[in-house]
Ligand binder design. Sequence first.
Ligand code: PEP
Length: 258
Amino acid sequence: MSTRKPYVGGNWKMNLKQDSAGALARGVVDSCEPWQGSVDIAVFPALPYLLSVHSIIRSHATTIAVGSQDVYHEDDGAFTGEVSCAMVADCGCKSVLAGHSERRHVIGETNAQVNLKVRAAIEADLDVVLCVGETLEQREAGQTDTVNAQQVREGLAEVGQRQMDRVVIAYEPVWAIGTGKTATPEDAQDAHAKIRGLVGEIYNPDVAERVRIIYGGSVKPSNAASLFGQPDIDGGLIGGASLKVEDFAAIVRAAAEG
Ligand code: PEP
């Protein structure tokens, strides 16, 4: 049986305002309290609300972490509109997402840019959730494994073995994100097992055994248990359902019991 601690992240995307983000943060703290010791829980609010969400979370003696949905890889300078790892850390962040599919496919981020973010986050002592996954066209063309492998290899380029303790990998098939379509537990398990095997090839079996690989793509209370019951699925990155306190708490509970 795996000794990996489950990880559940709530990606709030470009949703909510100051008051509603604060209310959601308070709700998550209260409702996830029973599982905060057994599951690593993080919430990823929009950038303007990092500080206020962090101050709510900090005032509640909880292990729930606040993370940023994105960062820029440079430390500071003339990069209008961008935000550095040090800045989000200064706002209380412990974690960042890198390479979320909306950044790759809506904004146009490349594997090389994602890798710069992964390395900058680790250098800044932040945990990083590296998101990978195939589009529908790639899946239909039988390219799922090669796309995942390329995104994992290039995303982790020059990341050292010891730095892998800072990394969680999120397998998020693009066609399942925000669409209501979910990979079957068996298909997701297959992709996770292959990613874990690849981490073993890049590093070694010990790193592969330790790294958390979480699933994202329309996870809901009704499908969380069957996904998290798979041997290589160590939790989830949750979009839509993370905006509803009861749904997010039910998913965290499924991860604790998975
Ligand atoms: C996500 O934002 O990473 C995600 C998986 O979204 P959803 O749960 O809405 O599909």
